[in-house]
Design a protein around this ligand. Structure first.
Ligand code: FAD
Ligand code: SF4
Ligand code: SF4
Length: 494
């Protein structure tokens, strides 16, 4: 074994198995060829063979202060489950990994690891390439599902109190799981007809196959969590009505108000919001009847598609359009590649699949034919000016850079804001920030309404799945503390 520069206190057996980052090159699971994967909605990466995961896990140097865990929002015990994997003790690795996460195989697939755990792995800094933490995490729990090690959810002894969770996304589902294990009766309300939130209807199958989400939802249902699907709070019941039914409420409704294009002509037929396009595609994947897909309004087949935006939603739209058989797909983004919010990994995947990025460009007008259907995007090139408050350089139009692109489907992917919850829920007294997100006490995660808690994107603004899971875990603890003291007070008063 090569000298790795590390000496005891590492036990001899550990150094034999682990610390292999010099000899073993970083290897992610193989991606399917771009022309093959662009024909379907299956995930693009192959899975590790078992020896592949063990081999890669053994590259970990078992840091005393593991920066990977520090920068994982869930503070997963990464070095521990990597060591167990390297030693072939996969079941223990799974048990360790599921101690801190309700959805490890989902995070392993869709976390931006380059900005979180892997981006902070010391081996990355030493120039050897990070341990492939996300791919191993996915492998461990996929194996657990395949081997039948994922136990049914066991509700704790009943406490005789009930909780209502509004929103079946990762924040709501995580909280629901912990609260059910804690012995509460849990009801989850969602306006969609399936649980999972954006995991189900936002994120496309080529990043996250739907059965991976559905088996999690089914496990919760089988564990006695009652799902009220197709139930829109604000229409089917007011917040007050739910408060009357439950001892505590969690609002985990995410952010869904799409930012709009301001250029003239942006209301033409054929200019559609990103989430409508993605939901239609995901529904089609489930085999649902989707008239807007079948009549071509939300279907890129045979179309010249322009996607406006540079975040993860835009990346999901361009790659979905390719898979639907678009004639051409262009992504217009007003900054350059280095300054885009979306993941570089996703840009690379999109380029391989045939997407063209038109950096430093923005739309100025949309032209339509006689029937009012969009035919062309007029735009201008941009240049980067002085840094904004966020530190990113502000894009400014370049007066000499006008251009026109043929387009018969334009997808608006400019980001999301909170809906007006006080109006939607018929709860004028619910306090929100100036961005419309819910204002909470950061210690208790409770809103200004007694017993009404909030978590996930509706508090943070558009964020990440792993943060939603972390919020769900934390709010379940603060709700538990609230419910215990409520019960104690009721007993005292009796
Ligand atoms: P959501 O997942 O949005 O769930 C909220 C739920 O509340 C929904 O099911 C909704 O139907 C329900 N709801 C809303 N209002 C009501 C109501 N009035 N009554 C009943 N139910 C209601 N993050 C990553 O980490 N990696 C990625 O690759 C990634 N890709 C993304 C791609 C897209 C297209 C989008 C839009 C987001 C992506 N994100 C990604 C972000 C991530 O999906 C979110 O941060 C995360 O899902 C937030 O979880 P949540 O539980 O707070 O809300
Ligand atoms: Fe990395 Fe995300 Fe897994 Fe944490 S949850 S270890 S950040 S992939
Ligand atoms: Fe292993 Fe990298 Fe984490 Fe260190 S930072 S414990 S090498 S995965």
């Amino acid at each position: 074994m090569a000298d790795n520069g590390l000496s005891p206190p590492y036990p001899a057996r550990m150094t034999e198995k682990m610390l292999q980052f010099v000899e073993r090159k970083q290897r992610y699971p193989e991606k399917r060829a771009a022309d093959v994967r662009a024909q379907d909605f299956h995930e693009i990466a192959e899975r590790y063979a078992s020896d592949g995961a063990e081999h890669q896990s053994a590259r970990c140097s078992q840091c005393g202060v593991p920066y990977c865990s520090v920068h994982c929002p869930l503070h997963n015990h990464i070095p521990d489950w990597l060591r167990l994997t390297a030693e072939g003790r996969l079941r223990e690795a799974y048990e360790m990994s599921s101690m801190t996460s309700t959805m490890p195989e989902i995070c392993g697939r869709i976390c931006p690891q380059d900005r979180l755990c892997e981006g902070n792995c010391v081996i990355e800094f030493s120039g050897h390439g990070a341990v492939t933490i996300g791919s191993v995490e996915k492998y461990i729990t996929d194996t657990a599902w395949a081997e039948g090690w994922v136990e049914p959810l066991q509700p704790g002894p009943s406490r005789g109190q009930s909780v209502g969770v509004i929103g079946a996304g990762p924040a709501g589902l995580s909280a629901a799981e912990y609260l059910r294990v804690g012995g509460y009766e849990v009801h989850v309300y969602d306006r969609h007809d399936r649980g999972g939130g954006l995991l189900t209807y936002g994120i496309p199958g080529f990043k996250l196959e739907k059965e991976v989400v559905m088996r999690r939802v089914d496990r919760l249902k089988e564990g006695g969590i009652v799902f009220h699907e197709g139930f829109a709070v604000g229409e089917d019941a007011s917040l007050d009505e739910l408060r009357g039914k439950h001892d505590a409420i969690l609002i985990a409704t995410g952010v869904y108000k799409a930012r709009d294009l301001k250029a003239p002509g942006s209301g033409q037929f054929g200019i559609v919001p990103a989430l409508d396009f993605l939901i239609a595609s995901n529904r089609k994947g489930f085999g649902d009847a989707v008239p807007e897909y079948d009549d071509g309004s939300l279907n890129a087949d045979g179309r010249n598609v322009v996607v406006v935006g540079g975040g993860d939603t835009a990346m999901d739209c361009v790659r979905t359009a390719i898979r639907q058989g678009a004639t051409s797909v262009k992504c217009l983004y007003r900054r350059d590649r280095e300054n885009m919010p979306g993941s570089q990994r996703e840009v690379a995947n999109a380029e391989e699949e045939g997407v063209e990025f038109v950096w430093l460009s923005g739309p100025t007008a949309f032209e339509a034919d006689g029937d009012g259907a969009v035919t062309r995007v007029r735009g201008t090139k941009m240049k980067l000016g002085q840094p904004e408050a966020s530190g990113r350089r502000a894009p400014e139009p370049d007066p000499d850079g006008d251009f026109t692109i043929a387009a018969d489907l334009v997808i608006k992917a400019l980001g999301f804001e909170a809906e007006d919850l006080p109006i939607m829920f018929g709860a004028d007294d619910l306090s929100v920030t100036r961005w419309g997100t819910l204002r909470i006490d950061h210690e208790t995660m409770m809103t200004n309404l007694d017993g009404v808690f909030a978590a996930g994107d509706i508090v943070r603004g558009a964020s990440l799945v792993v943060w939603a899971i972390r919020d769900g875990r934390e709010v379940s603890e603060t709700m538990h503390a609230y419910l215990r003291s409520k019960r104690a007070e009721e007993k005292k008063a009796a």
